[in-house]
Ligand binder design. Structure first.
Ligand code: NAD
Length: 419
């Protein structure tokens, strides 16, 4: 576990954020109390037969933070660093993210403590199927719909869908999103989060009266989100000068071609040593001289230690919770324009919503239609948040949270308290 992560309890941070927003919007105390607690949480043990014949027992979680606006929605991550508090925090973030985007879902998250790099494909499949059957009491197309997150992908979603379907006795594609297209996935889902991050970056630059051409961009994390963002921004004319992964980063002040970097990584298994670039540390990456910094790796990366050294003028939070609250204050005092995670990375859940809608209708859209509808929702959400931020003279993060919590609170109030 990274030093930053040990020192930052994501759940405490999420609660602190909610408490501050509650004060600002005069949230009714009973609704505030209710929102401070996850609705349901499940911890499961997952015994797996390993390839060498031994048995390992893994731990997994599924947390539903809130289901007022609709079924719970949220990804599943596989990582040695997963904790219940982290999953709780991410579930709460999902509630806010769906509310900001205006899609009819509540928030959830799941995770398994494991290092997928150390598992064979067979072990990964057995782990996924057993985890699915352990959380089957919670998930379902009308209840809680998982999706990919860190170290999980469309293959893992296919195994979840298959395990759930076998248990039900019929195919239930709507139980997960982020599935392969051949079993009911949506066109454009794989790229959706990175595409959404790109739309948000373009909207931000437009608001700041800047063009994208030759803007110097640094991206931390070259996974499903970071690599797509890097490629799309490169195609828009930005200069991607730094790219980082968990083991190190590369830098070229003249710009890197992310499509070539990805090809090189596929051939060699690493981005390090890429031609015409210098290998640098993760610390150096975040502190590079650039216009736009895009953390797209994991939470707690921008801390009070490195925030004073950040030179970017714009920070686009593609990862969930990449900035600690103390770092956030430092960035604000430095006048850095921060676009928060719940707005920036909503593209994934929006196209997940499209996937679910298309599945229910049994009528599938073209990639063009998906991308246009995604752009529409992202642009609208950006402008709603920006307008509120200007009206209330608050940061984009505060405005996004105010909007989200108010929407959930309004729905809670109108539904009333049972019994
Ligand atoms: P991924 O597993 O595909 O990629 C993660 C990347 O981050 C990898 O390149 C990895 O090397 C890097 N990384 C991890 N820890 C790091 C560290 N400490 N320092 C530097 N690099 C590190 O995951 P992803 O799906 O791209 O998710 C990235 C972030 O975006 C996460 O915070 C996730 O919750 C968030 N997110 C993902 C989606 C989605 O659709 N995949 C949607 C919304 C938000």
């Amino acid at each position: 576990m990274t030093e930053e992560k040990k020192n930052t309890n994501a759940w405490q941070v999420a609660l602190q954020q909610l408490d501050e927003i509650a004060k600002r919007i005069n949230l009714e105390p009973w609704i505030h109390k209710k929102l401070r607690r996850p609705k349901r949480e499940l911890t499961v043990s997952i015994p797996i037969k390993m390839d060498d014949g031994s048995v390992e027992v893994f731990t997994g979680y599924r947390v539903q933070h809130n289901i007022t606006l609709g079924p719970a929605k949220g990804g599943i991550r596989y990582s040695p660093d997963v904790t219940l508090d982290e999953i709780r925090a991410l579930a709460m973030l999902m509630t806010w993210k769906c509310a900001v985007a205006g899609i009819p879902y509540g928030g959830a998250k799941g995770g398994v403590i494991c290092d997928p790099e150390k598992l064979s494909l067979g072990e990964l499949e057995r782990l996924t199927r057993r985890y699915t059957s352990e959380i089957i009491i919670m998930i379902g197309p009308e209840k809680d719909i998982p999706a990919p997150d860190i170290n999980t992908n469309s293959q893992i979603m296919a195994w979840i869908m298959d395990t759930y379907s076998i248990n039900k006795g019929y195919s239930v594609p709507g139980v997960v999103t982020g599935k392969p297209v051949v079993i009911g996935g949506s066109e454009g889902r794989q790229e959706a989060t990175g595409r959404g991050v790109t739309f948000i970056t373009l909207n931000t630059l437009k608001y700041l009266n800047q063009g994208i051409e030759d803007r110097k961009v640094v991206i931390q994390g070259f996974g499903k989100v970071g690599s797509v963002t890097a490629k799309l921004l490169h195609l828009e004319g930005a200069k991607i000068i730094g790219i980082g992964e968990i083991y190190g980063a590369i830098y070229n002040p003249k710009g890197l071609n992310p499509l070539e970097v990805d090809k090189y990584r596929r051939e060699t298994g690493s981005i390090l040593g890429y031609k015409d670039s210098e290998d640098i540390t993760n610390k150096e990456l975040l502190e590079l001289n650039c216009d736009i910094l895009i953390p797209a790796a994991t939470e707690g990366q921008i801390t009070e230690k490195n925030a004073p050294n950040i030179k970017a003028r714009v920070l686009i939070e593609a990862a969930n919770g990449p900035t600690t609250p103390s770092a956030d204050k430092i960035l604000e005092s430095k006048g850095i324009f921060v676009v928060p995670d719940i707005l920036t990375n909503a593209g994934g859940v929006i196209v997940s919503y499209f996937e679910w809608v298309q599945g229910i209708q049994g009528y599938f859209w073209s990639e063009r239609e998906v991308n246009l509808k995604l752009r529409d929702i992202m642009d609208r959400a950006f402008h709603h948040v920006l307008e509120l931020s200007l009206k209330e003279k608050v940061s984009m993060r505060t405005a996004a949270l105010m909007l989200a919590v108010s929407r959930v609170a309004e729905a809670t109030k109108i539904r009333g308290l049972y019994p």
